[in-house]
Design a protein around this ligand. Sequence first.
Ligand code: C5P
Length: 246
Amino acid sequence: MADVSEANERRLDVSGEAGNGSSAVWAIVAAAGSGERLGIDRPKAFAALGGRPLLAESLDRLDRCELVDAIVVAAPPGWEEPCILLAEELAASKVVACVTGGATRAESVAAALAEVPEEALVVLVHDAARPLVDDALVERLLGPLAEGFDGAVPVLPVADTLKRIRDGAVVETVAREGLAAAQTPQAFLAPALRRGFSQELADATDCASLVERAGGTVAVVEGDPRLLKITTTADLALVESLLQAT
Ligand code: C5P
């Protein structure tokens, strides 16, 4: 059973400032992927969505979110300047840095995390590839952190039957019970995220897996089916239609 006194000791107020005048909640936007499967002449973060770069949607939404104090963007190598210009065009004044992303998502997040000051309380890590982030989800994610969890991730139930396959054949049907699909943003107490990132980063497809591996506790909150991850042109078209419907 969880030690209640320890949980209470770790209870924190994640709203507002860190207590020393600095920002409490930082958001990292991982935008350094190449997006090869979109087949365009620029990185995925600059694919057109609703007449502006894909990255604009999540930057705009996180900048307007009252629960977020500051934002760091991990930009595709060579695209740091366009990222800064985009933030300026959007008047996204919470964007404090654009760093050069790495070869993997985890390396990009690590580069951005290095820009987050020691005093930060909470770090949200979000994929630019999931443009339709909203305030309600950010609020849901901060709840478990105030209750003593090291992290929180949004999840959706898995609807399809899952098969483990090898060489074009099914080797196992995986029981769906207890499985869920994880989305971003994912929220963490800053020290727990740093502990996660002090380990080997290879094979980490999300930040929560690193925090879990370092012994951190990660809660789940209800995800959002609109928070689709854009991988193909069909995904772009679908998110575009969701945008127009709002
Ligand atoms: O490639 P994938 O869509 O899985 O990437 C998820 C997110 O991680 C995207 O927003 C992408 O821009 C980001 N990423 C990154 N650095 C990389 C690879 C992916 O920031 N080297």
